[in-house]
Design a protein around this ligand. Sequence first.
Ligand code: IMP
Ligand code: MG
Length: 177
Amino acid sequence: MTMIRQNVQVLISAEEISQRVQELGRQIRDDYLEREMVAIGLLRGAYAFFADLTRAIDLDFQIRFMGVTSYGSEQVSSGNVKIVQNIDAPIFGKNVLIIEDIVDTGQTLARVITHMRYQSPASVRVCTLLDKPSRRLVDVHADYVGFTISDQFVVGYGMDMNGLYRNLPYVGVYNSV
Ligand code: IMP
Ligand code: MG
């Protein structure tokens, strides 16, 4: 099934995503062999990546979610990041791996990392499917990056435009027509 949409051009195919997810899974497994990991997915955007990536990490670890919003209906981050659903169990002393769909201005990640550090985890690392470094406004970086992309608005594989296109199996560039 291709799921073609007229205003979405494929940027990263489902096959390319899947291959990269397997690579990231192996790398994360090697890095966390000796450490107790908690994977925290940022909802909603990271849901697809989170489900695939966690199944590619051959280790025993806990899974949590956090709900974060910053976008209104526009394609720009408002900078007003809200935690709409908190992690439901303590992360004190744990090795936290935050799993995110895309790091754009970096404001969401900065807010989430600050929030988590209050709970004194042993470590905090970030794995993002996509990185848009040219758009960064705050100094945050991801430890694991699936793909670095240029300044384009993307949808699919969890990411939305006004709530739509999250279910596309690929990452595409959205063009308003
Ligand atoms: P930041 O706070 O500007 O780094 O924005 C991060 C959040 O905005 C991500 O978690 C996404 O949910 C969303 N976002 C940023 N860029 C895009 C995009 O190109 N398409 C869809 N969502 C995006
Ligand atoms: Mg997100």
